[in-house]
Design a protein around this ligand. Structure first.
Ligand SMILES: [Fe+2]
Length: 217
């Protein structure tokens, strides 16, 4: 019988979880009670994951064409205040499972987008209370309009610059919040890739079946 692998057996995951916790504690909420409440819920979920010493379920490492931009995205991210989190990501980089999440990848996105989960119902840190992950976009990528059913989502910009719904520009350290069902479309600056981390919070049954799904016209 193989022994269950736990968070504390691989402290690099504990550090990543703690760094994410700190993001959700320290990033300003801009006076928004809704965003503050989302930040608190994500924080509580992460703190629970650490407290129970969650199970680790390593995923099959996988790259996608866009991961050719990952080094540049990490290098740029290392110039920011959250440099220690970027270094933490580098310690697990070779173990990340970059995926599309779609059965049929929208045209043009195969080479310019992928995401990798850090925590959630399928691991690598096992939890059913929150999903945490990374999204990587190539320069000039447009991530088509999509929404998440029953799930509150936040993106934190780690590297590069993105715009959402043409309504603002988010540089490293910015948080973007999308309430359940709200359509959002992301565009990425032409000259550099963008790396975001994201958190999804919502009812367990919604988190269990959540994918990066587009709303079809
Ligand atoms: Fe989203």
């Amino acid at each position: 019988m193989t022994e269950t692998l736990r968070l504390k057996d691989q402290p690099e995951w504990v550090y990543l979880m703690r760094d994410l916790y700190e993001f959700y504690r320290r990033l300003p909420a801009g006076g928004s009670a809704v965003i503050r409440s989302h930040q608190r819920k994500v924080r509580e979920a992460i703190s629970g994951v650490i407290k129970v010493n969650a199970e680790l379920r390593p995923q099959e490492p996988s790259e996608k064409p866009v991961t050719a931009h990952l080094q540049r995205a990490l290098d740029n991210g290392r110039l920011e205040k959250h440099a220690h989190f970027i270094r933490g990501l580098e310690t697990v980089r070779a173990r990340l499972n970059w995926q599309y999440g779609y059965e049929k990848v929208p045209r043009g996105l195969e080479r310019s987008y992928a995401y990798a989960e850090l925590a959630g119902p399928t691991g690598p840190v096992l939890t059913d209370t929150v999903i945490l992950g990374l999204v990587l976009f190539a320069p000039g990528c447009t991530y088509p309009a999509h929404a998440h059913d029953g799930i509150s989502e936040s993106y934190i910009c780690l590297s590069g610059a993105v715009s959402e719904n043409d309504q603002g520009v988010y540089a490293p350290g910015s948080l973007i919040f999308n309430p359940p069902g709200q359509k959002h479309r992301i565009t990425v600056a032409d000259t550099n890739p963008s790396l975001l981390c994201y958190a999804w919070h919502g009812p367990r049954e919604k988190l269990a079946n959540q994918k990066m799904v587009f709303s079809r016209k």
